[in-house]
Design a protein around this ligand. Structure first.
Ligand SMILES: Cc1ncc(COP(=O)(O)O)c(C=O)c1O
Length: 389
């Protein structure tokens, strides 16, 4: 019998031990034992799938990977200590000096730092494409281009990239298409259906969903994941068994959590779209979003993030945050508790005004990660903070 991916995210589990536990045990062990020298030799010679050492593999990490493969429709995966270690490993295991990447301009801040501060010294170069200029993707491909890398929706500006368009381009030019699917989660979007070869997550966000642990994962084609695994096995960004255990349990509730997060987010977006303290508000499933049609084509829901620009710019952004009574000021997202952040004065304060504007981070931009609280309480808190402005 084949089960739905949602059921697999709940039911896939490591084999039960002799203790007959219902919830999977935690394999908090650095290494694994062998009965004979020959079994140990065979494991090192890749003649068996036996666990050797938790930097290479661990049952808790594997269970998390198996569930994520089911959700994303991927052949294989490797779990890492954070989203950034997953992103870094996916580049460095597959690219070499002289290679070129075409990427969407609004990539996550640390990914942008890898591209601009570190990759030039490895002789790996990146061309950025703006979300509102899809016609430029093909023109940007060079003879040494190896990869197309995108985030959609982007953090924090919620740009949407047309996955079908770039999936077809990647296929035509024989490029690796890698998608950071952190904001949508596999409940909201499955990039492999549009031709992605790799899908990456910061599991720290919606997948954990309760702001407890860091984690990352790379999923996709078997032969690519094998190369990434070999790099990680030797360089060591493996996930801790404890974090993998937490994340695997979290996947059992991902679908039901995302249903509530996204319903709350849509309600909030509709409620504040025309508020007089707000210049504009963006949510992928509002018809006013510039890429609404693409979002509706490729996403199952609009996600759990809403962002808006306050009329009063930077001072209003700071005043708004200071006036909130329930929403938390913290630099995470994807939590049960609603979170507000002001990228201009915090996460993106080191960028120049020009660099911020290039990725739609305007001075009064507020990002709301919509939690699971009762929608009236979230709306009430935002409303009273807007009324102070
Ligand atoms: C879209 C996106 N990708 C990657 C990351 C990095 O993930 P981590 O913080 O788990 O390293 C983040 C973190 O906010 C993110 O929002």
């Amino acid at each position: 019998m084949t089960y739905h991916p949602i059921t697999k995210a709940i039911r896939l589990q490591n084999e039960r031990s002799n203790e007959m536990e219902h919830s999977v045990p935690l394999f908090l062990t650095s290494s694994f034992c062998f009965d004979t020298a020959d079994e140990m030799r065979a494991a090192f010679a890749d003649e068996s799938d036996d666990n050797i050492y938790s930097r290479f593999s661990n049952p808790n990490a594997q269970e998390f990977v198996n569930k994520m493969c089911a959700l994303e429709g991927a052949e294989a995966g490797y779990a890492t200590a954070s989203g950034m270690s997953a992103i870094y490993a996916s580049f460095i295991a597959l690219l070499k000096s002289g290679d070129h990447i075409v990427a969407c301009r609004a990539v996550f801040g640390s990914t942008h730092t890898l591209f601009t501060k570190y990759f030039p010294s490895y002789n790996i170069n990146v061309t950025y494409i703006d979300a509102n200029k899809p016609e430029l993707w093909e023109q940007a491909i060079q003879s040494n281009t190896k990869m197309i890398y995108v985030e959609t929706p982007t953090n924090p500006g919620l740009d949407i990239i047309d996955l079908k368009l770039i999936g077809d381009l990647a296929k035509k030019h024989n490029l690796i298409l890698s998608v950071d699917n952190c904001f949508a989660t596999p409940i909201g979007q499955r990039p492999i259906e549009f031709g992605a070869d790799l899908v990456i997550h910061s599991a720290t966000k919606w997948i954990d969903g309760q702001g407890r642990v860091l984690g990352g994962i790379i999923l996709g084609k078997k032969e690519l994941i094998h190369q990434i695994y070999l790099f990680c096995r030797n360089s060591g960004p493996s996930i801790s068994p404890f974090n993998a255990w937490v994340l695997s349990k979290s996947l059992e509730t991902l679908d039901v959590r995302m249903e509530r997060h996204t319903n709350n987010a849509l309600t909030l977006a509709k409620c504040f779209e025309n508020h007089n303290a707000i210049k504009w508000l963006k949510y992928p499933f509002l018809p006013s979003h510039p890429q609404y049609k693409i979002a509706k084509k490729q996403m199952y829901n609009g996600g759990g993030i809403v962002c808006f620009e306050l009329k009063g710019g930077l001072p209003s952004g700071i005043k708004f945050l200071d006036s909130l009574k329930m929403l938390t000021l913290t630099s995470n997202l994807g939590d049960t508790r609603s979170i507000a952040s002001h990228p201009s004065s915090t996460t993106h304060s080191k960028l120049s005004e020009e660099e911020r504007l290039a990725v739609n981070i305007t001075p009064g931009l507020i990002r709301i990660s919509v939690g699971l609280e009762h929608r009236n309480d979230i709306i009430g808190d935002i409303e009273q903070a807007l009324n102070v402005l």
